[in-house]
Design a binder for this molecule. Structure first.
Ligand SMILES: [Zn+2]
Length: 125
């Protein structure tokens, strides 16, 4: 019934529902005291006159909102995974640089006394 005239787009994650006249239908809330009060619906501005477009919004709106949140979360996860990879590489480089320096210091520290001993022996002999 309504489905052929509905179009939705994904700008800023909110569903856009068009009525039978291709007008953007605003999201409204049932304000009268009834079992449906507080529920959301899409109703055309001219719905009492010519158009008559009406559609409950709750379920579909929430599904789209959740899908958008899910998409945002997945994107965030992907970004964080890249960041983790970068930090791992940085840490690895930092670690190997530190180890190299330590090894270098250790070599120098072990060769310097040996060289001094050689010098002293050379003088003495
Ligand atoms: Zn309309």
């Amino acid at each position: 019934m309504a489905s052929s005239s509905e179009l939705r787009s994904r700008s800023n994650g909110k569903p856009h529902v068009l009525c039978f006249n291709q007008d953007l239908t605003p999201l409204r809330t049932v304000k009268v005291q009834s079992p449906t009060s507080g529920k959301h619906f899409y109703g055309c501005s001219h719905w009492l006159n010519s158009c008559g477009f009406f559609k409950w919004a709750d379920v579909e709106e929430r599904v789209q909102e959740l899908q958008f949140l899910l998409f945002e979360r997945d994107t965030r996860i992907a970004e964080l995974e890249i960041l983790i990879e970068e930090l791992k590489n940085e840490f690895k480089n930092l670690n190997s640089a530190t180890v190299d320096k330590k090894l270098y210091n250790l070599l120098v520290a072990s060769w310097v006394p040996f060289a001094i001993v050689l010098l002293l022996l050379g003088r003495g002999g």
